[in-house]
Design a protein around this ligand. Structure first.
Ligand SMILES: Nc1c(NC[C@H](O)[C@H](O)[C@H](O)CO)[nH]c(=O)[nH]c1=O
Ligand SMILES: CC(=O)[C@@H](O)COP(=O)(O)O
Length: 165
């Protein structure tokens, strides 16, 4: 199902685990920061409204979405007590094929981090054809993908905990 007709911010609190004991990392790209800050705010709002303590959320910034790969890898290594990490970026198509290479690299790189390491990394990277699409998905008419990512982070943190039992 495409985003059209779906509210990215909508979720049923009764269908997600209690997140009170979890610790989260958020790595935020500074490229298109008007978008990424809104995505981060959306994620933070969901985490806090699900009783995650603000002191249990660590945030790092990186220059661009390509650097999310390294930033999330170092966060996995530096904070092994984290339960999940959210990678936040906004890639907007320009005149050249650079968009394709950045999007492919970031998606593959974050996938690799999930395969190679034990802390799940949530892919909250918008890959839009234009700024309006990004606005629509970071608190606009389609809701906030940051909220969606935070729900995914809570669910994956619980799955990781359950898998250890
Ligand atoms: N054009 C966008 C970029 N480009 C920068 C790269 O992500 C990277 O920082 C650079 O190539 C140096 O390694 N990044 C975004 O996040 N969004 C864009 O639209
Ligand atoms: C995703 C990008 O790197 C892109 O926005 C850069 O723009 P351009 O392809 O016009 O150099």
């Amino acid at each position: 199902m495409a985003t059209e007709g779906k509210n990215l911010s909508a979720y049923d609190k009764n269908k997600i685990p209690n997140a009170k004991e979890f610790r989260f990392g958020i790595v935020v790209s500074e490229w298109n920061d008007s978008i990424t800050e809104n995505l981060c705010n959306g994620a933070m709002q969901v985490l806090l409204e699900n009783e995650v303590l603000e002191r249990k959320i660590v945030r790092w910034n990186v220059p661009g979405s390509f650097e999310l790969i390294y930033g999330c890898k170092k966060m996995q290594e530096s904070y092994d007590m984290l339960d999940a990490i959210i990678a936040i970026g906004s890639v907007i198509e320009g005149e050249t094929k650079h968009f394709d290479f950045v999007c492919e690299a970031v998606s593959q790189g974050i996938k690799d981090l999930n395969v190679q390491n034990d802390i799940p990394v949530i892919f909250c990277v918008l890959t839009d054809q234009n700024m309006q699409q990004a606005i629509d998905r970071s608190g606009g008419r389609h809701g906030n993908k940051g909220a969606e990512a935070a729900v995914a982070a809570i669910k994956m943190a619980q799955l990781r905990k359950d898998s250890r039992l």
